[in-house]
Design a protein around this ligand. Sequence first.
Ligand code: HEC
Ligand code: HEC
Length: 293
Amino acid sequence: MTDPSPEIDSHSGVETTGQEWDGIKELNNPLPRWWLFIFWASILVAVAYWILMPAWPALPGFQGNTTGILGQSDRVRVAADMSVLKAGRTALSARLTATDAASVLSDHELSQQVMALGDSAFGDNCATCHGAGGGGASGYPRLADDIWLWGGALQDIERTIRYGIRAEHADTRTSEMPAFGRDAFLTATQIDDLVQFVISASGRKADAGAVVRARPVFEQNCASCHGFDAHGDRSKGAPNLTDGEWLYGGDPGAIRRTIVGPRNGVMPAWGGRLDPATVRALAIYVHSLGGGE
Ligand code: HEC
Ligand code: HEC
């Protein structure tokens, strides 16, 4: 249905399409030039992209996708990036395990890399128990202070991390506080007295009679680990009972629960799960949290 002589709108001088609604006629204006330019340019770019870059997924009966003549591939690029990263890591690992931890800290650039590695490894592996930034929780020691169960020198911390505490490793740190109540080594009255003794040892007001009665019991049953002065013993992981810092809580109920049946917390051994460089980075990181010795 072609109209041989298109109607020209008298007002604008533009052809009409021949459509008319209630006296309003549709003009057949050409598309703007800029619009047409973008339209054709997009088509050209798309065709060029199909030819140069990987574009079309597998057609039925074919494997993979069109690869494009530039040979671009995200997978190849990622593999290249990974090998660069790995080379960097290997170099870092080598430097980290070759030098002793103290001289790592004197090398500014190296120690920055080590802190970053330690920080991320801590977040991935340790923060679940020890809290973000080593803040600690009940039963999980605070690592960001200068109170140490097993020692706060770099090599002590590294040893704790590598072999764990009461963990499944031949070289793990051990020692278990006996369950004086549960296993009936002491009577309930003796335990009540000991609770008062521990409260008084930590500098708080306690029942003086109970403290006097408890002293010989403490010396006989507790001093071998916690010391006669109750200052603790790091070779046994026995906490200092005088510093007012508690692993399991310092109120009478919590102290009583520990004496009745201690938990003897387990810290996993990381030596088998993390490589030596990461363990060392973690030790340096933990040491830097605030309480390294
Ligand atoms: C499953 C929980 C858990 C995880 C995960 C864990 N720890 Fe521990 N960690 C413990 C417990 C429990 C203790 C205390 C053991 C005890 O009572 O002697 C501890 C003790 C320690 C100590 C000794 C503190 C002191 O005062 O001597 C260090 C250091 C330590 N952890 C570092 C780490 C690092 C680093 C990681 C991560 C690689 C980590 N821990 C992951 C539970 C955990
Ligand atoms: C064989 C060593 C050993 C003996 C003996 C021992 N303890 Fe302990 N004690 C420990 C260890 C180790 C811990 C830490 C347990 C843990 O990490 O779970 C501990 C923890 C404690 C705590 C908790 C401290 C805190 O910070 O929360 C108290 C309180 C305590 N002992 C009191 C006593 C009393 C009282 C006796 C004697 C009746 C005693 N202990 C005998 C090794 C011992």
